[in-house]
Every structure is written in C-alpha cells, then in structure tokens.
Design a protein around this ligand. Sequence first.
Ligand SMILES: [Zn+2]
Length: 385
Amino acid sequence: VLRHLADHGPISRPDLGDGVGLARATTSSTVNDLLRRGLVAEVSTMPAERRGRPTTLLDIDDTNYAVAGLDIAADRVYLALHSLRGRELLRVERPGDADVTNPRALLRRAATVLHEGLDVAESDGRKLLGVGVAVPGLVDASTGTVKYVPSLGWRNVALRTGVAEALGDRAPVLVDSDANFAALAERRSRLRAGTAASSLVYLSGTYGISAGIVAGGRLWCGHRGMAGEVGHLIVDPAGRRCECGRTGCFETKAGLVAVLDAALAGRKQGHATSASRIDEVVALAHSGNSNVIEALAEAGTWIGRGAAMVTALLDPHLVVLGGHYARLAPWMLETARTAFGDALLVTDADGPSLEVSSRGIWGATEGAALAVLMSIADGDRPLPD
Ligand SMILES: [Zn+2]
C-alpha cells in the first residue's frame, strides 16, 4: 500500500484497493493502520469542475517524518532532507575532506552535516526515519559495505556501521551507489510527471560513471548487488591508463575528470575542485570557445556509445544522463544522441531514447532519501509507531 501510494498518490480508496489487488476490508484496515502511524494522510481535493463536495483521497503523509539522503563524492558532501512525499526541506553542500582517501576523516565531515540535518528535522517537529548514504562505487547494499570506490581509494569500508556510529544510532542507515539511488529518484519524478518510467538506465555523470538500472519498476542490483558498474568496461585498449589500474576504461573517455581534462587541456590549472572546473568549462562553452565545445562534443560521442552498450544488454525505455552530465548536456547531447542512434541495431518511434535528468547532482540524495521509505514499504525495516 505504501509503495503504491508513493508511486501513484494521491488516489481514492477504491483505486488504491484495485491497484494493490487487495480486498476492500484488507485495504481499509491497512490504510487505517498507516493513518494511525502518520505515514499516510487523507487529502481533500475539489472536483475539476469545482462543483459539488470535495473528494477525499489518500497520499503519503507529508508532515510527520523526514528522510535524509547523504551523497559522499570525491570533493563534496551533499545532504538533503526530504518529506516522505519527496519535498525537499533542506539542502546542504560542503567541501569534502582534503584527505578523501581516509574514510574516517570524510565520515567526520559527513557526520557534522548529518547532525545539522537531524536538528532541522527535529526543530520542524519531524521524526527522522532513516538516512540513505550514496557513494560513487561498488556497494554491497545488504551489509552496507563499500567494496570499492576508485575515486576515493576506498576498499571494503564498513560505511553503514561508520555512519550509524557517527549518528549515535539516532536513525537507521542504508548504503548504495549514487547511480542506484539517483535512478530511483528519476523513476519517481517521471512517474509523478506522468511520463514513462517502468524501465530506465540512469548514467551517473559524477566523478565516475555507474549505471542505475530500473526494471519492472524496481532497481535491478544483480547477484552481488553490484550491477551497472559500466565505468570500467574497457572501450579503448590503446587508450589512457585508468585509476583502477587498467587501460582504456569507459571513464577515461567520458568520466567527469576525463571530460574536464580534455576540455581544459592546455590551460593553466591550479588545485581547482571539480565544481570550479565545471563552472569554468560551462563559462568557456557559453562564450563559444571552440576547443572546449569540441572536447564536450567528443565526450558526448563516447557517452552515446556507452548508452548504446547498456541498451544492447537491457533494452530499457530510456537512458538518462544524470549528475554533472545534466549541466554539460547542452554541448554533449547532440553528439551523444547521434552516436547512440548509430550504435543501435534497430531504431523505431517507440524508443529507446537518450534524455537528460532534471535532478542534476541532487538526484542521488533525493533517491537515497526515497530509498528509506521504500525499504519500509518493502518490509526490510519495521514501520514506525
Ligand atoms: Zn578503470
């Protein structure tokens, strides 16, 4: 019932019952229990013709609880606090730690930001139901262990335990890749906008490239929970050496660092952060700098080829370019779509299509927060009293 409301609310009781396939009495008792727990709310809407009595519909509650999403990136920590209906209550962005390779140092930074979020939730009269933590790499979500994050140099980090300790066990913690979480957010925003979302692949254009795969309305995580790690597929064996130690990975062609390096080649570079380098690239592209525009177009071509590879494997309805790709898309999308179309064996009106996320770099925090609600809906953790 919670999942159906999260996807389709606000809806009437009969529509909810039909949607989840429960008998009227069962739906009613379940809804009453969720109303009592403050997870579901009744909302009144006037009929479209503005005559007659208002109708009472059901939706996820928007006032009692908060869910938090924390995104740990190579040079930034992002925190967003959301209502259960996905309304953003707070957004905080902080530089990471100079020593990102030390999980403890980065966790200390993250903990400060988290406590800030908790305080805001509490002063707003909301109970925090949990924290989703996103990292750009391979995660065993069942244990909350980060297996490998090349950009942070992390291997086998017990992140869930670390964050839970940093929080003083004030709320449950779940951990997954930024791409998986962002794919969930993309799905919900498309569902709520009434556009196609049953199968999509979200390509995270953050420090690395991972794919978040949604199939049949749910995340496809693979046998070990590590599906979608496309950034280190070797696409050019004669190419550059990658951070993972191999040569010619997809990330060396289309990853954020590679794109920025190519776009800013030959320019004087200080110890700028990725964020300020993106600003510089966007400004140069806007001013018509041909080297920058060419580099972005070339990166777009590689992204299109990569999108075609995942499409050949999964045949999704659409591939979404997320993260920082969203900002660079005005100069990459055209070549990406051309390369994508050229690499597909069959193209027809029904897609697949290559689109840009409207969530940008905040997709991962939004999805991480949403995942807390979904884990409760799926019975992975108990309902709050
Ligand atoms: Zn690699």
